[in-house]
Design a protein around this ligand. Structure first.
Ligand code: PRT
Ligand code: MG
Length: 215
């Protein structure tokens, strides 16, 4: 039997994907928030889910360990598009990628062409490109989480991070000084799988497309 594997991260992407799966008649057998299983069966014997770290989703799909996946544009920009077909913006897990500083930092004075700024982020490639467009020198410091701490303890002048409600920035005395881009999650498909398993994958793409456009 031909079978397809969909890679998802638990948390907001899993939660917001459930209605799309339901529209395709696919219902997971376990909830990854409760179960420790990493491979989750569904009501359809030819569809299974694998639960991966959000930043690892493109890697599983690129190598064909998963046929499809759902990942944030933030993650995809850092990963690159090698081996991935990106047919659909699912418009879920929306937020924005921003520059933020301490409330008392003069960002307007810092962002002049030729200026220099120290930025902590997990989005090194995207941040580098952003400040290069502004003709600024940037010293980038790679972090893996809790970026909001960096400006508070003098590790960096600014952070590049995702903002949704703004509550985390506010709680830490930070302010959003620039939006880099809006972010949502995209469906990604392994290019070889799309050719070899088209009869299983294409109907899923069609249902997702209709669910997204409200058709
Ligand atoms: O959490 P973990 O370290 O395991 O991994 P992850 O953060 O990579 O995964 P997850 O599940 O938290 O995020 C998966 C995807 O959801 C991201 O790649 C984004 O595309 C998307 N997304 C949408 C968000 C947010 N909204 C979001 N608000 N990802 C993270 N956040 C964080 C943000 O980094 C900040 O720390 O939430 C905090 C800000 O939220 P507000 O509401 O206080 O502004
Ligand atoms: Mg997170």
């Amino acid at each position: 039997m031909t079978r397809i594997t969909l890679a998802l991260s638990k948390g907001r992407i899993f939660e917001e994907t459930l209605p799309l799966l339901a529209a395709a008649g696919i219902h997971p057998a376990d909830d990854p928030e409760c179960s420790r299983k990493l491979i989750i069966a569904t009501n359809r014997p030819d569809v299974r889910l694998v639960i991966v770290r959000a930043t690892d989703t493109p890697t599983y799909v690129q190598y064909g360990a998963a046929d499809l996946g759902i990942a944030g544009k933030d993650v995809l920009l850092e990963h690159g598009n090698a081996g991935l077909y990106q047919p659909l913006d699912l418009n879920i897990a929306r937020c924005r990628l921003c520059v933020a500083t301490r409330d008392d930092f003069d960002y307007a004075a810092a962002v002049r062409p030729g200026g220099r700024i120290r930025v902590a982020t997990k989005y090194i490639n995207t941040a580098k490109a952003h400040f290069a467009r502004k003709s600024m020198h940037v010293d980038l410091i790679k972090l893996y989480g809790s970026m909001e701490l960096a400006p508070l303890v003098g590790l960096a002048d600014a952070i590049v991070d995702l903002v949704s409600t703004g509550g985390t920035l506010h709680a830490n005395g930070l302010k959003e000084v620039e939006e880099i881009m809006p972010i949502s999650s995209r469906l990604i498909v392994n290019q070889a799988a799309l050719k070899l398993k088209r009869d299983l994958i294409q109907p899923l793409l069609d249902v997702f497309q209709n669910a997204v456009t409200g058709a």
